[in-house]
Each structure stands twice: as C-alpha cells, then as structure tokens.
Write a protein that binds this ligand. Structure first.
Ligand code: ADP
Ligand code: MG
Ligand code: MG
Length: 363
C-alpha cells in the first residue's frame, strides 16, 4: 500500500505565499509509486482546509475563498496508539487517513515547534526537526546563545526585549554603540527578511527597532559583516547528517542586502551561484561549520545553514539555521542537493524515510 503523505502548507505567518510555492514543489517531487499526497492547507486566518479545499489557497483571488473563510472547520489529529501509521486527520468533519506529515510551513506557527508539538501529541511521524530543534532554530536570540556556548563564530549582537525598549530606549541605544555600523535589526522570530532593516547611521536605529518590534516582542541587533558574501549549505539526515556543496547568494539590490524584495519580488535582486566560488579549504570550513550548527541546534531531517564570509578578512560566521527551508523551484535547499547528486524526487523520499525511521526508533 502506498504511504499517505499529508503535505501541510500555507499558515498564518508572513511567509504564507512562499509556503504555497514550496508545497507545490514537494508534491511534484513525491514518488507516486510509493506515496499518495494528502493536501492540507492552512489559511491566513489559521483555518485548516483538507484536499480540494486546500487547493483554493493557491488561488487567493478566487471568490470561493470568501465563502470558505466564513466557515471555520475545526481540526483534529487522531492517533490510534498501537496501530502504527494509523492516524487520521479530521478537518471540519471530513476525515482522512494519513501515515506521515510533511510540514512545508515557514515562520512562526509552522517552523517553530508548535505544529511539531501537535504532531508529537498525535503520534504521527513527520519530516524535519522536532519541537526543540524547531523552536531553537526559529528564535535568533536562543539560537545565538547555543551557538556561542559551543564557540561557533558569530557576529557581535545585542538582544532587546520590548519592555526594555519601552522603559529605557536610551539604555538600549547606548548598548548598541559598541556595534560597528552598518547594523542589522531583526525580529527574533521570523524569516524571509520580514521586518529586517540595514541601519547605516545610529540616528536611523530607533526607527528600525520600532519596525522590528511590530513583528515580535524580542529583537536582535547585529553588527554587519564587512564585504559580506552569503554562503548556504544544505544538511540532510538525523544522527549522521550529510552536508551539500556550498552555494552562494549574490545580492544586487537597492536595499543593499538580501531583503524580502531581493528574495521574492525583484527578479534580478539576487542570483544564486551553485557551487559557491570557494577554494577547497574554504569549502571544507563552511561545510564543517554547517554540520556543527545542525548538531548544536538539535536539528533533524533537514536544514539550510546560512553563513557569512567576509571578503575583507576571510572570516566565516554562522548567520542562522532554517529548519524548514524554502522548497520553491528557485530555492537553495533543493538546488544544493541536486548539485550534490540528490535530485528532488530522491530528496523528498529520503526526508520521508528519515521521518519514518525516527518514529520507529522512538517506539
Ligand atoms: P531571515 O531569517 O529573515 O532570513 P537573516 O538573519 O538571514 O534573517 O537576515 C536577512 C538578510 O539580512 C541576510 O540574508 C543578509 O543579507 C542580511 N544580514 C543579516 N544580518 C547580517 C549581518 N550581520 N551582516 C551582513 N548582512 C546581514
Ligand atoms: Mg531565517
Ligand atoms: Mg536568512
């Protein structure tokens, strides 16, 4: 019998649209000899839609969506302990048996451990990091603290909570004076560069901080890397993860960094280079850092590790982990594996097999 793979996509985060594009590619890459897809969409209001209704998420101007949004289906994941792989997903009264879940959600309420916790409770195997790895990877502040403890190279930064900013902005601004311009101000829990500002003068810092606080109650303020090159590695596996060849994002955008617009809106805002133009020693250093980051942050299944390489000093820094990286046709994660000899069909099969093997080990 074929395994029923619930592809979970959409979601309430600012990265909803990216998730739709990623999910389409995951479904297309599913080996239909082994798997049957079950589409589960989450709309922007957080309502779950099953199969045909989920398809409507892809057509956001579809007038039928308005009607759908008025009905709020309740969602339940029912596990049947003891009978392996016999979970059922019930959405608005309709029930659908599933064997494994592939969450293709980006950002909070998807990539941050919340959905993973729901799946744990239901006892359903799922692709990617668990509750802890997902949560740690989403929170740039906690992520940095763990990486720092293991002495992985990080840029200097400050974490600021909303309450501290509201009580004493001058204290916060004074704390940031040790950081050399330009600075990058970011919400602690987000992705796709949403809410991120490159700050070139200390006068512009307060506005950037206010903007980041519109998205999160905790933010990070980082020192910018001089002459930055953005290098990314894909990691695949669980206890013995493997790392892809490194790729590079070459940004050419008026924003001056890999902003949301450079990522998704302006066609020529950024190009990818696979493999990255690195010598052997640099390649090995970057790959080793990516694997260490994956382990230190308790990731599992898949992750894309993003690093900064300074053109000026040759120094490499870990920027972040993305535990559910983009899977669109132009996304780095599938591209890096393709270039490393793992085409999308095989990649998706391996990810699902890892999810099943992990669930089996826990039984
Ligand atoms: P997100 O999780 O939203 O992708 P990032 O931390 O990756 O957030 O920041 C988004 C982009 O901002 C990066 O890809 C890079 O272009 C730029 N950036 C962020 N931090 C720095 C930094 N310390 N130095 C140079 N560029 C940075
Ligand atoms: Mg990110
Ligand atoms: Mg990033």
């Amino acid at each position: 019998r074929k395994l029923r793979v619930a592809v979970l996509f959409g979601g309430r985060s600012a990265e909803h649209e990216i998730s739709l594009l990623s999910a389409r590619n995951v479904v297309e890459a599913l080996d239909r000899d082994r798997f049957d897809p079950v589409l589960v969409g989450i709309d922007k209001a957080g309502r779950w839609l099953l199969q045909e209704e989920a398809l409507l998420l892809g057509a956001s101007r579809d007038p039928r969506l308005a009607r759908l949004n008025q009905s709020a289906p309740d969602v339940a994941l029912l596990a049947h302990p003891g009978t392996a792989g016999e979970a059922a997903l019930t959405v608005g009264g309709a029930s659908q048996a599933i064997d494994v879940v592939f969450p293709v959600l980006h950002g909070p309420m998807g990539e941050d451990g919340a959905v993973q916790g729901l799946l744990e409770l239901a006892g359903v195997p799922y692709v990617g990091s668990g509750v802890l790895g997902s949560a740690v990877g989403m929170d740039k502040d906690v992520m940095k603290r763990l990486l720092a403890q293991d002495e992985l190279p990080l840029v200097p930064y400050e974490t600021v909570r909303r309450l501290a900013w509201e009580r004493d902005p001058s204290e916060v601004l004074a704390r940031c004076e040790r950081l050399v311009l330009p600075l990058f101000v970011k919400p602690a829990n987000l992705g796709s560069s949403v809410g991120v500002t490159k700050v070139k003068t200390y006068e512009a810092l307060a506005d950037a901080i206010s903007l980041a606080f519109a998205y999160d109650s905790k933010i990070v303020i980082e020192q910018g890397v001089e002459g930055v090159r953005e290098i990314e590695c894909a990691v695949l596996g669980d206890e013995e993860p493997i790392v892809s060849i490194p790729g590079e994002i070459v940004v050419d955008h008026p924003d001056g960094f890999y902003s949301y617009a450079a990522k998704y809106i302006d066609e020529r805002g950024a190009t990818t280079r696979v493999p990255a133009d690195l010598n052997e020693a640099e390649t090995r250093a970057v790959q080793l850092l990516a694997l260490r980051t994956f382990r230190v942050l308790e990731a599992s299944g898949l992750a894309r590790i993003d690093l900064f390489l300074s053109k000026k000093t040759g120094e490499v820094y870990v920027n972040e982990i993305n535990t559910l990286p983009g899977f669109t046709s132009i996304s780095m994660y599938p591209k890096l594996w393709e270039a490393s000899g793992v085409p999308p069909r095989e990649l998706v099969s391996r990810l699902i097999d890892l999810a099943l093997a992990r669930a089996e080990r826990r039984r």
